[in-house]
Ligand binder design. Structure first.
Ligand code: MSP
Length: 510
């Protein structure tokens, strides 16, 4: 089966921070897991380069918008290998192929009768690049997200007849209750639609940085229509000379942050319906990484928590964490400490605690001592003994459990299911105390059994954990002489392992 997962495409007018890395890491975990299941996977990420915020940022810096995006896009392109993201393509909305396809699809929407000309008058937030309805106004006509004053806009626009899709969208939510996940976000999308949909601007005529409207050269498309279409357009040119649309469309999962729910769960399916294209299967909405904001008002002893963002000055720099602790530690931390689908606080102090207690101790130590014991007691050769049946039952259930959880993008419980096995194995070591067995020649067969079971279970854990921590599990599986990653092989099988190599600490203490 094909599996197509996407991240939002990132605005290039600011440097990447951990909030951006977060969606990418999550999508990468899903893509890697699905590859382990033998699915035909495509994983897309990229940058959103048009629109007023970019045009304004360029103006401030005395650059043309194209110069600005060409300078900034590489920061996001370079982030991907640093995160060990296995994306199959990186889309930029300034790619000429994307732009041509946007014009084609939006012309089709017009040909289908869903576009008309009118005058937009209302509130607009240039930072969100979003027209605000009355229900979305903060006090004194401010943006609820940015807390900055909104602009009153009046301009000639083409409109997209969003209101005509209200019933279709409600029907979609009725028929596909997992179209929007998790449930509380489904409810949010539903109530937004039920509150009544207004038509939305499809074009802008007060600036020129965007995809030109093919039927009227005074207009460019509103950036969100251009941006959303990346998920569809990229498939047509990601592989030169090949069109992957048939193979991968519709997308299996769009992963997005909660601030862009309206665009993905209302505008996007309506646009696709208007164009006569199939709808994605799931939109999974994750929460925000929150961080204590510098200088923000404190609530008792606790500093106020704010969405991590450049403008709040409370950003964790992913590059810095990677330099100091490695990519896997960053990936693990993001997926472990914040429940996927909810907001969660992150901090450098908490990162250090988890690095030490879970990565260095729980997992790193388990791997090191298991490998070391096979070397110390059996000259580096895993004994070909019958495996411990009770342990095998507990370990073998994990891959099915994991697959079911990841089908629902439940990355947090997925990781937890694996971690329970890591902890179980640490208890197993303590219970069996191989160092005691080694002292008694009458226990040699039992020691064989314990070492064989432990090493094999460690291999299984390495395979299961690979999507979260490809680097360290890769090293571990290599040392065990069993680099295969298929999920099917993630069960305890006697006699697979032979001579194993020594292993450097996976997570050195800091
Ligand atoms: N360009 C649009 C998306 C277009 S998709 C067709 C955009 N870009 S963004 O760079 O502002 O945000 C990209 C993603 O990063 C969003 O999903 C947003 O929720 C996420 N995050 C930005 N800061 C975040 C946190 N502090 N925490 C978690 N994710 C957040 O929106």
């Amino acid at each position: 089966m094909s599996f197509y997962v996407t991240t939002p495409i990132y605005y290039v007018n600011a440097a990447p921070h951990l909030g951006h890395a977060y969606s990418t890491i999550a999508a990468d975990v899903m893509a890697r897991h699905m590859r382990q299941r033998g699915e035909d996977v495509f994983f897309l990420t990229g940058t959103d380069e048009h629109g007023e915020p970019v045009a304004l940022a360029a103006e401030r810096e005395g650059l043309t918008p194209q110069e600005l995006v060409d300078r900034n896009a590489p920061r996001f392109i370079d982030l991907m290998p640093r995160l060990n993201a296995s994306n199959d393509f990186f889309v930029r909305t300034t790619d000429p192929e994307h732009m041509a396809k946007v014009q084609e699809v939006l012309s089709r929407i017009r040909d289908n009768g869903h576009v008309y000309e009118g005058i937009y008058e209302g509130w607009y937030c240039p930072r969100c690049a979003d027209f605000k309805t009355d229900a979305e106004l903060g006090p004194d006509n401010t943006c609820l997200i940015h807390k900055t004053p909104l602009q009153r806009e009046k301009e000639d626009n083409y409109f997209f007849r969003l209101s005509a899709f209200q019933d279709d969208l409600l029907e979609l939510l009725d028929e596909q209750p997992d179209f929007v996940m998790p449930r509380h976000r489904y409810n949010e999308a539903r109530s937004f639609i039920e509150s009544g949909l207004q038509d939305v601007s499809l074009s802008r005529s007060t600036f020129t940085w965007g995809v030109p409207v093919p039927w009227d050269d005074k207009h460019v498309f509103y950036v969100w229509f251009d941006a959303l279409l990346n998920y569809y357009t990229a498939l047509s040119y990601a592989r030169p000379g090949e069109d992957l649309t048939e193979r991968f469309w519709p997308a299996s999962f769009h992963l997005i942050g909660k601030d862009i729910l309206k665009f993905h769960t209302v505008f996007w399916p309506a646009m696709l319906l208007a164009a006569g294209l199939p709808l994605p299967r799931h939109v999974f909405v994750h929460g925000f990484l929150l961080m204590a904001a510098e200088g923000a008002p404190a609530d008792g002893d606790k500093p106020a928590l704010e969405k991590m963002s450049k403008s709040m000055g409370n950003v964790l720099d992913p590059f810095q964490i990677i330099d100091e602790f490695g990519t896997d530690a960053l990936r693990y931390y993001c997926m472990r400490d914040v429940t996927f689908g909810q907001d969660g606080e992150v901090s450098t102090a908490r990162f250090a605690v988890l690095y030490e207690s879970e990565l260095a101790n729980d997992f790193g130590n388990l791997a090191s001592r298991t490998v070391a014991m096979v070397h110390r007691y059996r000259d580096g050769v895993v004994p070909g003994a019958q495996l411990d049946g009770e342990l095998a039952v507990e370990i073998d259930g994990a891959s099915t459990e994991l697959a079911e959880l990841l089908d629902r993008a439940d990355l947090s419980n997925g990781l937890d299911a694996i971690w329970q096995r890591v902890r179980r194995l640490n208890r197993y070591v303590e219970e069996q105390a191989p160092w005691k067995l080694a002292k008694d020649p009458a226990q040699a067969a039992q020691l064989d059994r314990v070492l064989a079971s432990l090493t094999e279970a460690l291999r299984v854990v390495g395979v299961l954990l690979h999507p979260w921590m490809p680097d360290s599990t890769g090293k571990l599986l290599h040392a065990l002489g069993a680099p295969e990653l298929e999920l099917e092989g993630a069960r305890m099988q006697a006699g697979r392992l032979g001579t194993i190599e020594k292993l450097e600490p996976l997570f050195p203490k800091h």
